[in-house]
Design a protein around this ligand. Structure first.
Ligand code: SF4
Length: 704
């Protein structure tokens, strides 16, 4: 370190754990990073991705100037064109003929401005986000049970629990620092047991006392059985059920009697393992159930979430130290987006688009000419509408839908026929950028200024420590300027991220009438200086004095009309039968050292060396039957598309199932874009795609 080195406190841009990072810019221009010992998410820890952040900051591939039709332009000309095309489409075809598709990578302030423009000034709710692919089922499940999208617990609960049940969550690879905290808690608390419920034997199983490798999409059968078991073994908290909840008896009736044999048949699990799991839960007061994409990314995702929550409401194990259902989000700011209405069916301040009172509150506060009065198109439907010619102008921000949406080749075709596509990006993503009529250079991590919210409702600052390169600009600025050119200048005069944060906080305060039990109203008058130095905080919290406890619902106080928690009756439906031509079930997910479509993590040899190329995990018995040898190339094919990747023979996957990572795109490997294979089927409540259950065929690729 020299006197001229400068250290900035910021937040990791990768996963929803939201670790604090100390980024030090050295005199020679290099950047080194370390975990922030004072950040309550990580207390100094970082995982492999977080600790490699300094190696991913090169300007290679960076977009530095606006482009129109592939030619360099300038901001004024480019935004004139954007504003003109959007205005023209709205005039000729109505507000629902335009759409924004944004990302859990953008900051809360970016999200706020984009939502305000679309919902309050354009008058459509056609703004959705790639977070739809990550946690929309948890949002829908929370709203059904709690009345709002509120995570009841905190990370500390995993350390205080005596039983942590991880459902559809490879915490070791997808939320590594949270896994490290759990691992350390297990080492110091001999009573702590960990159960992993996942069709695959993942890295997380290294600390599991019990692994339940259930058949894909049978979680509802397992958790309905648990609810019945709790009732039959006198493990209910009847006082909590009677005082603070409604709908218990109906849910229990739908769950039916606890017949272990039938549950074993449905889930493919051993009877003794099911019985052991149920007894562990029944006997352990301090139980936390963590769930992630294996629950959410399903056509039954919302029902799975409610089946889990039902068991916590039935035992009163919610919002108390070491107890509760806990959804962990994939992206760094999936949660911040949820707080400002980043989904097509939500409004800012956790308000609901379908609630007339909420619409009035938001419209009054924004003093806006209109307010969208019906939910907009959710991600998969939005791109179907683009392909059908119903969307005339589309703005994509910080995401590559041609790589990440299911049936991705159809998404590419939709962009090809869309009359006007704007892409705001940091790098020249190979698969989506070529469809841009206007390409706008965005600020990257290290240059951005704003806030993100992690999975435990903790708001942290992302602070800049690098100058904006070329003419790159923050996403909120781009929306702000476009709005001004569309004639909405009075409402879009933000000078910095702090001003947007203040307005969001003021809306929160306006909605709650000064009540401090929800959201961030206490920060409505925060100064620029205070905002700049804002320490990480968990809402609800007063600006000056932290409350004793930031958990929710231990004594009721749900956000439903009668303030009661709602049991949601969920009936198990067996996953659809496979067609003879597609006998395998495709599961997709992350690997430890890559992030999304690898635009940042592929920049460092250290991360690339973990797993160098895409692969398909296949059970050795299936491989033998199909004549596939280890490391041979195989084709994984559905009616939507196919990939060719190397076979990794392993008993980690169940027979009849195949697992392919989601990261590789055409930029990094030929024909490895797995989302081209994934079926575009979605959960009816959340609109989240079932990315972990696509019937596919697997065959050896002949090299002749
Ligand atoms: Fe970043 Fe997530 Fe790793 Fe923390 S756990 S350092 S937030 S990738």
């Amino acid at each position: 370190m020299t006197d001229n080195d400068k250290t900035t406190r910021t937040t990791c841009p990768y996963c929803g754990v939201g670790c604090g990072v100390l980024a030090t810019r050295r005199e020679d221009g290099t950047v080194t990073v370390a975990g922030d010992p004072h950040h309550p998410a990580n207390f100094g820890r970082l995982c492999s991705k977080g600790s490699a952040l300094g190696e991913t900051l090169s300007l290679d591939d960076r977009l530095l100037y606006p482009e129109i039709a592939g030619k360099r332009s300038d901001w004024d000309t480019a935004l004139d064109l954007v504003a003109g095309k959007f205005t023209e489409a709205i005039r000729d075809h109505g507000p629902d003929s335009v759409a924004f598709y944004v990302s859990g990578q953008i900051l809360t302030e970016d999200y706020y401005v984009a939502n305000k423009l679309m919902k309050g000034f354009i008058g459509s709710a056609n703004i959705d986000t790639n977070s739809r692919l990550c946690m929309a089922s948890s949002v829908a499940g929370h709203r059904r049970a709690f009345g709002t999208d509120t995570v009841p617990g905190t990370y500390e609960d995993l350390e205080l629990a005596d039983l942590v049940v991880l459902v559809g969550s490879n915490l070791a690879w997808c939320h590594p620092v949270l896994f490290q905290r759990l691992e350390a808690a297990k080492a110091s608390n001999p009573a702590l047991r960990v159960v992993v419920i996942d069709p695959r034997r993942t890295a997380t199983c290294a600390i599991a006392d019990l692994h339940l490798a259930l058949k894909p999409d049978t979680d509802v059968a397992l958790f309905n059985g648990l609810l019945s078991f709790l009732a039959e073994s006198n493990a209910l908290n009847k006082i909590y059920i009677n005082r603070f909840t409604e709908g218990f008896h109906k849910s229990l009736e739908i769950a039916g009697p606890c017949e272990i044999g039938a549950i074993a048949e449905a889930t493919g699990l051993e009877r003794r393992d099911i019985a052991l799991f149920y007894k562990m839960v029944a006997r352990t007061e301090k139980t936390v159930t963590v769930y992630s994409q294996g629950v959410n990314q399903s056509v039954a995702g919302t029902d799975k979430v409610n089946a889990i929550i039902n068991t916590h409401l039935a035992t009163g194990r919610i919002g108390k130290p070491g107890m509760g259902p806990f959804s962990v989000t994939g992206q760094p700011n999936a949660m911040g987006g949820r707080e400002v209405g980043g989904l097509a069916n939500m409004l800012a301040g956790h308000m609901e688009l379908e609630n007339a009172h909420h619409r009035r509150v938001v419209k009054d506060f924004w003093q806006s000419p209109v307010i969208a009065d019906k939910p907009g198109l959710k991600a998969v439907d939005l791109f179907k509408a683009v392909g059908a010619g119903r969307i005339k102008a589309l703005w994509i921000m910080a995401t590559s839908p041609v790589d990440s949406l299911p049936d991705a080749d159809s998404v590419a075709e939709a962009l090809r026929v869309c009359p006007f596509v704007v892409v705001s990006e940091v790098t020249r993503t190979a698969d989506t950028v070529p469809f841009a009529d206007v390409l706008l250079p965005a600020a990257a991590w290290g240059e951005k200024d704003g806030t993100v919210t992690n999975s435990e409702r903790r708001i942290s600052r992302q602070r800049p420590f690098l100058e904006l390169p070329g003419e790159a600009r923050p996403d909120w600025w781009q929306m702000n300027e476009a709005a001004r050119k569309m004639g909405f200048g009075e409402a879009f005069s933000y000078g910095n991220a702090a001003g947007i944060f203040r307005e969001h906080a003021a809306l929160s305060d306006y909605r709650n009438g000064g009540s401090r039990d929800f959201d961030i109203g206490a920060y409505k008058d925060v100064s620029d200086t205070h905002y700049d130095s804002l320490p990480p905080f968990q809402w609800p919290q007063a600006a000056e004095s932290p409350p004793a406890d930031t958990r929710f619902f231990s004594n009721g106080g749900f956000f439903t009309e009668g303030r009661k928690g709602r049991f949601v009756p969920v009936a198990f439906q067996a996953p659809r039968r496979r067609e003879r031509a597609y006998p395998f079930i495709l599961n997709t997910g992350r690997v430890r050292d890559q992030w999304h479509t690898m635009t940042r993590t592929a920049k460092t040899a250290r991360l690339m060396s973990h797993i160098a190329e895409p692969f398909a995990e296949i059970h050795p018995d299936d491989a033998a039957r199909l004549g596939i040898a280890a490391a041979e190339l195989v084709e994984v094919k559905s009616p939507h598309g196919s990939v060719i990747v190397r076979a990794l023979l392993t008993p980690r996957v169940r027979k009849g199932e195949v697992y392919v990572p989601m990261h590789w795109t055409d930029q990094f490997a030929s024909r490895a874009r797995i989302d081209a294979v994934v079926a575009p089927e979605t959960d009816p409540h959340s609109g989240q795609p079932g990315s972990k259950f696509t019937p596919v065929a697997v065959s050896r690729v002949s090299m002749a």
